[in-house]
Design a protein around this ligand. Sequence first.
Ligand code: GNR
Ligand code: NI
Length: 178
Amino acid sequence: MAILPILEVPDPRLRRISEPVAEVTDGIRALIADMFETMYAAPGIGLAAAQVDRPIRLLVMDLGDGPPDAEGKGTRNPRVFINPEILEPSEELGVYNEGCLSVPDQFAEVERPARIRARWLDQDGVAHEAVLEGLAATCLQHEMDHLNGILFIDHLSRLKRSMLLRKLEKARREKAAA
Ligand code: GNR
Ligand code: NI
């Protein structure tokens, strides 16, 4: 297992269109394990393979609240999405204050369909179809954007995007000077 470096804006590799996964191999499963380790260490709630310089249609997500552990506390709920497709977005929109590991420490409200019917393969190559809502719907759409070279800042007005990127540059300059 390994923590992988996460690409950050304005790296052009974040803008590539990821290729479908032809077969879920042991190599893919090893990458999935590294992606979870990388995501938990960051920490984040989702990670697309494109963000760790692997332009394939694979993403991982963990919104927590899996089955309760021995102390009855919420636990991890790791989910893998391979070759995901959105079948039916709701007309109703929802707003979420989004962040991205590739746009570190910057947040902005993004409007997206509130519910989506989606189809994908899991780490064993088994097909799934389900309706996702709330944060799961937001996160899946955010990660699927990464597979298409799109970042959450692309959904903002030009003014909001340029303000956010200036804040990011300022934070980076202060970090470099520290
Ligand atoms: O960790 C993350 N948090 C988050 C919050 C709101 C909406 C989307 C996300 S995904 C992000 C991790 C990431 O960059 N995934 O691509
Ligand atoms: Ni992201």
